[in-house]
Write a protein that binds this ligand. Structure first.
Ligand code: LMR
Length: 334
C-alpha cells in the first residue's frame, strides 16, 4: 500500500513538474472506428472539452481507425501504459477475464436505448465498471453506439437462411453462441480486418450497427442488409488506473467533467448517427435492405433467446436476472 502511494505520489510530482515547466500532460486515446461514427465524434468532443477545461495543461491525442493499435493490442497497451485511454466495445472485455460485460451481447436483451440506459446509467453499470479496478483499469463511462443489422451476400430473412455461412464476430462467447444458434460458423477477427475479409470471401457476412457498416464501406461488399436490431453494441471508456490516480486532482476533476459532457454528447447523437448511416447505405444502392415481417422476427427470437439460458453460467444467472428486472424484460415487446 505504501509502495503504491509512493508510485502515485511520484507520478503526481512528475505531472506537477511537467505542468510547471509548461509541458502539457499527454493522453493518448486509441480507438478502432472511423472519425465519423458515434465513438469517433465523442472522442473528438472529449479532446476539445478536456483541452478547454484544463486550459491546455492536458493534450489529448486521438488515434482513430486502428491507426495506433488494433482491438486486442489496445487493451494490452492500456495495461502497459502505452496509451492512457481507450473505449473498446463491451464485447471485448472477455480478454481481460471479465465475462460479465458479455451480457450486453445477449440477443434481444434491450428493446431500445431507454431500456439499455437503465443498466448503463444505473447501479448495474457502475458495478460492472468497478470490476475493472482489479485489472489496473478504471471505467469512466459507457458510450452508446447502437443496435445491430446483419449483412451477407444472400438474403437473411429466416434463421434457416444463415445455415453454413461464415460470420465475422467480435471476440465474445455470447456472440459465438448466437451465431452458432443460427447455424453459422462464427469467426472472431479484429475490426480493422473485416472489410477485407468480407471482400475476399474469408467470411460471408457480419453484424454491426449501421454507423460501423457504412463508415467501413462494408455495405459495398455485402449485397443484403437485414434491419434486425437483434443485439446491441456499445462501449466502456476506460483509463490506466495508475496514470489516472496520479494526475493532480484539479486536472483529474476537469477531465472527469469533460468526460461527463462527452458521455452526454455520445449518448445523444448515437441513435441519429446510426439512422443517418442507414439512410446513406440505402441511398448508395449497393445493398438491398431487408425489413423483417412480424413472423420472421418471431422466428429469429425463438432461436436466439435460448442463448440467454445457454450463457447464464458464464455471465451469471443473478446478473442476467437483475438486468431483466431493471429493464422489465419482455421478449414479446420487440
Ligand atoms: C467491432 O469490432 O465490430 C466493433 O467493436 C468496433 C467498434 O469499436 O465499434
Amino acid at each position: 500500500m505504501r509502495a503504491r502511494k509512493l508510485v502515485i505520489g511520484l507520478a503526481a510530482a512528475t505531472f506537477s513538474l511537467a505542468t510547471l515547466a509548461g509541458q502539457a500532460i499527454v493522453i493518448k486515446f486509441s480507438h478502432v472506428v472511423a472519425v465519423e461514427t458515434p465513438k469517433g465524434k465523442a472522442a473528438a468532443f472529449f479532446k476539445q472539452k478536456a483541452e478547454e477545461l484544463t486550459h491546455g495543461k492536458v493534450r489529448i491525442e486521438v488515434y482513430a481507425d486502428s491507426t495506433l493499435y488494433k482491438d486486442k493490442e489496445e487493451l494490452e497497451a492500456l495495461q502497459l501504459g502505452a496509451v492512457q485511454m481507450i473505449a473498446p466495445s463491451l464485447a471485448k472485455f472477455g480478454a481481460l477475464g471479465i465475462r460479465q460485460f458479455e451480457l450486453f451481447d445477449l440477443p434481444y436483451i434491450f428493446n431500445g436505448y431507454e431500456e439499455l440506459h437503465k443498466v448503463t446509467q444505473g447501479p448495474i453499470g457502475r458495478s460492472l465498471l468497478d470490476m475493472l479496478d482489479s485489472k489496473g483499469i478504471l471505467g469512466l463511462a459507457f458510450w452508446d453506439n447502437g443496435f445491430k443489422v446483419m449483412s451477407a451476400n444472400t438474403p437473411l430473412r429466416r434463421p434457416e437462411d444463415f445455415k453454413g455461412l461464415k460470420m465475422r464476430i467480435q471476440p465474445s462467447s455470447v456472440l459465438d453462441a448466437q451465431m452458432r444458434a443460427l447455424g453459422t460458423l462464427p469467426r472472431s477477427m479484429a475490426f480493422s480486418e473485416v472489410y477485407q475479409a468480407l471482400r475476399g470471401g474469408v467470411v460471408d457476412g457480419t453484424e454491426n450497427p449501421p454507423s460501423n457498416l457504412y463508415t467501413q464501406k462494408m455495405h459495398e461488399v455485402q449485397e443484403y442488409v437485414t434491419l434486425s436490431d437483434h443485439g446491441y453494441l456499445g462501449y466502456a471508456v476506460i483509463v490506466n488506473k495508475k496514470f489516472w490516480e496520479g494526475l493532480p486532482s484539479d486536472i483529474r476533476q476537469q477531465l472527469e467533467s469533460a468526460m461527463d459532457q462527452a458521455t452526454r454528447y455520445a449518448n445523444q447523437i448515437a441513435k441519429a448517427e446510426n439512422e443517418s448511416a442507414m439512410a446513406e447505405v440505402e441511398k448508395s444502392g449497393k445493398s438491398e435492405i431487408i425489413t423483417l415481417t412480424a413472423d420472421e422476427k418471431k422466428a429469429w427470437k425463438k432461436v436466439l433467446l435460448k442463448v440467454h439460458e445457454q450463457m447464464s453460467d458464464r455471465i451469471g444467472k443473478d446478473l442476467i436476472q437483475s438486468v431483466h428486472k431493471e429493464t422489465g424484460f419482455d421478449p414479446a415487446k420487440f
